[in-house]
Design a protein around this ligand. Sequence first.
Ligand SMILES: [Zn+2]
Length: 431
Amino acid sequence: MSATVVLLADQVLTLDAQATVHAPGAVTIEGTQIRAVGPPPARPTGDVLDLRGCVLLPGLVNTHTHTPMWVFRGLTEDVPRGEWLTGRLLPLEKRLGPDALRRSALAGCLELLQNGVTTIADRYGHMDAVATSVEASGLRAVVGHSLFDRSAASDLARSEALIERLGTDPARARVWAGLAPHATDTCGPDLLRRVRQLADRTGARVFIHLAQSEEEVATVKAGGAAGCASYLDGLGLLAPDVVVAHATYLTSAEADLVGARRTAVAHCPSSNAKLEGRVAPIARMRRAGAVVGLGTDAACCSNGMDLFDEMKVAGLLNKVAADDPAALPALDILRAATSEAARALGIDHLVGTLEPGKRADIVAVRTRGAHLQPWHDPVANLVYAARGSDVAAVFVDGRVVVRDGRPVELDVERILADATQAARELVDARA
Ligand SMILES: [Zn+2]
């Protein structure tokens, strides 16, 4: 393809401030950027890619995931509250080395791409090895090496090395580094102060799990803090450059505090429902000023790395939580997977909408399946009826990475064989 490519589609959802829709529509890509969005040009210049039968929308942005945990899918089911993390997950995690994590992460990235995700916030141990998979996948990503008190010195050194290697500026690299302290109960004040200083010095965004379990809340309170959110606030880590994941067990006052500090929140409704039987106080945090994006969490938390699923579950659970079927309208949910998710990650100047000057991260979704017709309401259909398997094409930085539902540059069979082999070794080692 030449440097200029015109995508033609039945409909283009820009998700710009007015949520402008063009039907039929076209997006002109020049190099890595979107040059024009609007009705199909009378005489297109450049190559034309015919995506009629599809709707185009901004590439989906996943604000919280752990791609290396792909290998654990199905191994942590129906666990009583309070036992999931230490009782089930940690014993599994101890069995995996960096090579298995790297293989598993590539399968996770592959799944996400096929489901129309173009950007992820990925965090885990051994991120130096995992990041090579994320880079190879073609995804846009911010990656962070998890930091714990128990291994603080080496975790800080590895985080700094990752920052050195990848930088922290999303405008300068497709994969860049963030800082990823694990959670409020596994990171004491000394470590979190170091994280705050490092973030201020390097410009790295901070990613942390917040109030994801009752045990976490109890541990933080036993340390003398009023709660997980006020603990973070006292360390300068409720802020617009911090993305807190889950925020499940917050009091109303804490939810207000998260919002008042304009903190970004990664909402993972499937994971919260499945692992905790809970819905996070998202409506309250949003009302108070928080920026909320959706996240799939890991494949053993939600069982699917599919933001279409996550959008539907977010709508359903938040309506139930609010006892109000009008709560969390579909457009707000679609934005939480695109424009607002990009804002949560601090990359809304680059992606999250289809507008001239933005990077060409675009998803084409087939609309002609029986489960998507009639196409009266594109937003409602995308949120409540579409599936990751409806994705026809995906572009990142103007490059086609998925076409006809298949990754263009990734060897799907080899990647899945490598990762399922790692999964078999994991189960055999457990036996
Ligand atoms: Zn997580």
